[in-house]
Design a protein around this ligand. Structure first.
Ligand code: UDX
Length: 440
């Protein structure tokens, strides 16, 4: 059965969710108040790189399954289900999440709501936010608003696939009617046998931050082992493989390297600590301070390794391979590769960045860094090459060819993806995080 849905906020989460809802056969109205984003979307352009999303979004837009508006107009008011998908970035000058966009869109929506409509929050919020929103919206609407919390677990790079085939759907609800509407919207996914977890609202809010905190902890755990490996002659990559065979530990999210970045894990663990502090249980998640610190120390480590290779970095040519926080994305938010490139540049190195899709995002974010779209040109005359993002193109690159172009055959593999034997055979000095590699 088709439902009329509105999706409020067409950033990463919203644009993906709107497309997924259209794929599931629903009529979608997308609300985007930012004029620049709205104009691009209206032309069928997704303003970020996400495999498969552009084509699917444009297809549904031209078929009229997705309509767009900048206002909470009558079309929005007629929807049965409204998804709030706006961002909750880290607040300026604080660790806490900025929930002002969620609050503003909930308030704007409240005066247009039908009493039987359901509002589903998908944004990642501090626990307790939904209760406050429900109260504020009900006061404006003049009736008890049906609010549910329905966190989203999509990953950048596989966002649409994750939305259409999630490993679970989590909903925190206060009443049966809300659940019925949500179930109708997700029916094609539920019919595949996808686990559907009905929780109380605070638990649903907490599931998302808890999941991200756990994932961040796993990555920082293996990066802490890398720190120990680096001073003891052990190998953190082999260690990860060996412990990962234990099913209780598992081998996912144990890739050691320059650590996690992006628009979710870093700000979510900080927001979680800030919220726990407010609730008087800061010590319960104090360990996340270490998770954050271990993660950031990996960036220091690469800068230190670069300096020890280059001596005085001033005027030295450094090539950064990959600048996004992960492959298949042009997201530069809290990107470890970007921070390392900026730090070396600030210290006087001439940094050239190569990335298959992120150079235009980089020119907006930091035009001071050199950009080169051809890999062979990017490495020409380099005194040091650093692999910052594990794009397949770099794993497959020919070390013989690249070696013939650089000034010095030294590479720091920040993601532990290069075939060390092959690169060494081509005459490279390979430095990797958490590994003691013998170079000739
Ligand atoms: C994350 C969560 O995985 C997703 O469920 C949530 O909805 C949003 O936040 P995302 O930010 O897209 O998704 O990226 P993810 O795949 O989790 O990777 C995050 C960062 O961790 C990347 O910088 C990645 O390079 C790094 N990472 C990941 C590691 O350093 N090692 C690993 O083993 C895995």
């Amino acid at each position: 059965m088709s439902v009329k849905v509105s999706v409020i906020g067409l950033g990463y989460l919203g644009a993906t969710h709107a497309t997924a809802m259209a794929e599931l056969g629903h009529q979608v109205i997308g609300v985007e108040v930012d004029s620049k984003k709205f104009d691009l979307l209206s032309q069928g352009q997704i303003p970020f790189h996400e495999p498969g999303l552009q084509d699917a979004f444009a297809k549904h837009l031209s078929a009229g399954n997705i309509k767009l508006t900048q206002n909470f107009d009558s079309d929005v008011a007629s929807a049965d289900l409204h998804f709030i998908c706006v961002g909750t970035p880290q607040r300026q000058g604080s660790d806490a999440a900025d929930t002002s966009y969620v609050m503003a869109s909930a308030k704007a929506l409240a005066s247009h709501l039908r009493p039987d409509a359901v509002v589903a929050g998908k944004s990642t919020v501090p626990v307790g936010t939904a209760t406050e929103l429900q109260k504020v919206m009900s006061e404006i609407a003049g009736f008890d608003v049906n609010l549910v919390w329905n966190p989203e677990f999509l990953r950048e790079g596989t966002a649409l696939e994750d939305s259409l085939r999630p490993d679970r759907i989590v909903v925190g609800a206060w009443n049966e009617h809300s659940l019925d509407v949500i179930k109708t919207a997700y029916a094609p996914i539920l019919n595949l046998g996808t686990p559907f977890l009905v929780l109380d609202v605070p638990t649903a809010e907490l599931v998302k931050v808890a999941a991200n905190a756990f994932l961040a902890t796993k990555i920082s755990f293996i990066n802490a082992m890398a720190e120990v490996a680096e001073v003891s002659g052990a190998d953190a990559v082999s260690l990860a493989k060996a412990i990962g065979y234990d099913e209780r530990i598992g081998n996912k999210f144990l890739r050691t390297g320059i650590g996690f970045g992006g628009g979710c894990l870093p700000k979510d663990i900080r927001g979680f600590m800030a919220r726990a502090e407010e609730l008087g249980v800061g010590s319960a998640v104090e360990f996340l301070k270490d998770v954050d610190a271990i993660n950031l120390r990996r960036r220091d480590r690469v800068v230190a390794l670069a300096k020890s290779e280059l001596g005085d970095v001033r005027g030295k040519r450094v090539t950064m391979l990959g600048i996004s926080f992960k492959p298949d994305s042009d997201d530069l938010r809290d990107s470890p590769a970007l921070e390392i490139a900026q730090r070396l540049s600030r210290e006087g190195a001439e940094v050239t960045v190569h990335d298959p899709v992120s150079l235009s995002a980089l020119s907006e974010k930091d035009p001071s860094l050199g950009r080169e779209s051809e890999l062979v040109e990017a490495v020409r005359e380099a005194d040091l090459v650093i692999l910052g993002t594990e794009w397949k193109q770099y794993k497959d690159a020919d070390p013989e060819l690249l070696g013939s172009l650089v000034a010095t055959k030294t590479v720091i593999d920040g993601r532990n993806v290069l075939d060390v034997d092959r690169w060494q055979a081509a005459g490279w000095k390979v430095i990797a995080l958490g590994r003691s590699i013998q170079n000739a």
